[in-house]
Design a protein around this ligand. Structure first.
Ligand code: GRF
Length: 220
C-alpha cells in the first residue's frame, strides 16, 4: 500500500475520484490526509465526510511563501507519504521544497503539456484553434507545470466549444488519468530516474496515453 497525501485548493473532484478508486479497492493506496491553503475549499468537506484528516494552513499566517511551503510540507511529511498528489492545488511551490519531494510528487494539469502551462488552458487551446486538447499528469519539478510527463488523456475540440464545455468534457478523463497514474506509481510501474521517467523498467520515450478502459498501456 502506498501512503498518499493530497493537496487541493478548491472543488476537489480529482481528490474525490482518487478516494472512490481507493474505496472500491481498485487503487493500492491509502489516502492519509487532504491539505489545503483555502479554508473554504470544498475538497476539505469531501475529506471530512470520508473520515480523512483535513488540514488547512493559511498563507497569510506565514512570513513568506517559502515559510508557508516548509510548514505545509512538514505537516504532509507527518503522514509519511510515499506520494504527494497536487489535485487542483493552485499555488506555486518553493523550489527548495519541491526538490525535497522530487520523484515523489505529481500534479494533474488540464492541457497537453508542454502546451499551456499555467492558467486558462481551455481558453488558450480554443483561441489557438487546436483540434485536440487534454490533460497531463507529471512529476513536479521547480519549473511550473514543466516536469516529466507520465501520461496524458486527449479529447477533440468541437466547433461550438467554449472554455466551460471543453473543461466539462475533459474533467471525467482527468479523473481516470489521475487514478491510472497513481495506480501505476503505486504498483511500481512508473518512477522518476534523474530527469527521465522509467516505465516497466524501460525509459519512457513519450507520455503514456490513457486507454478507453481507463488503464495505461504496457510499454513495448
Ligand atoms: C482540474 O482541472 C485540474 O486539472 C486543475 O485544477 C482543476 C481542479 O479541479 N489543476 P478539482 O478541484 O479536482 O475538481
Amino acid at each position: 500500500m502506498l501512503d498518499v497525501v493530497v493537496l487541493a485548493s478548491g472543488r476537489g473532484s480529482n481528490f474525490a475520484a482518487l478516494l472512490d478508486a481507493q474505496q472500491s479497492a481498485e487503487l493500492p493506496i491509502r489516502i492519509r490526509a487532504l491539505l489545503s491553503d483555502k479554508s473554504a475549499a470544498p475538497a476539505l468537506d469531501i475529506a471530512r465526510a470520508a473520515g480523512i484528516d483535513a488540514i488547512v494552513l493559511a498563507p497569510r499566517d506565514f512570513a513568506d511563501r517559502a515559510a508557508f511551503d516548509r510548514a505545509l510540507f512538514a505537516r504532509a511529511a507527518q503522514f509519511h507519504p510515499g506520494l504527494i498528489v497536487l489535485a487542483g492545488y493552485m499555488r506555486v511551490i518553493d523550489a527548495a521544497v519541491v526538490n525535497e519531494w522530487r520523484g515523489r510528487m505529481i500534479n494533474i494539469h488540464p492541457s497537453l503539456l508542454p502546451k499551456y502551462p499555467g492558467l486558462h488552458t481551455h481558453e488558450r487551446a480554443i483561441a489557438a484553434g487546436d483540434a485536440t486538447h487534454g490533460a497531463s499528469v507529471h512529476f513536479v519539478t521547480a519549473q511550473l507545470d514543466g516536469g516529466p510527463v507520465i501520461a496524458q488523456a486527449q479529447i477533440p475540440v468541437l466547433g461550438g466549444d467554449a472554455p466551460d464545455t471543453l473543461a466539462a468534457r475533459l474533467l471525467p478523463l482527468e479523473h481516470r488519468l489521475l487514478a491510472a497514474s497513481v495506480d501505476a506509481i503505486a504498483r511500481g510501474r512508473i518512477a522518476l530516474r534523474g530527469n527521465r521517467i522509467e516505465c516497466d523498467g524501460k525509459p519512457l520515450a513519450a507520455p503514456l496515453h490513457l486507454q478507453a478502459d481507463g488503464s495505461l498501456p504496457a510499454v513495448g
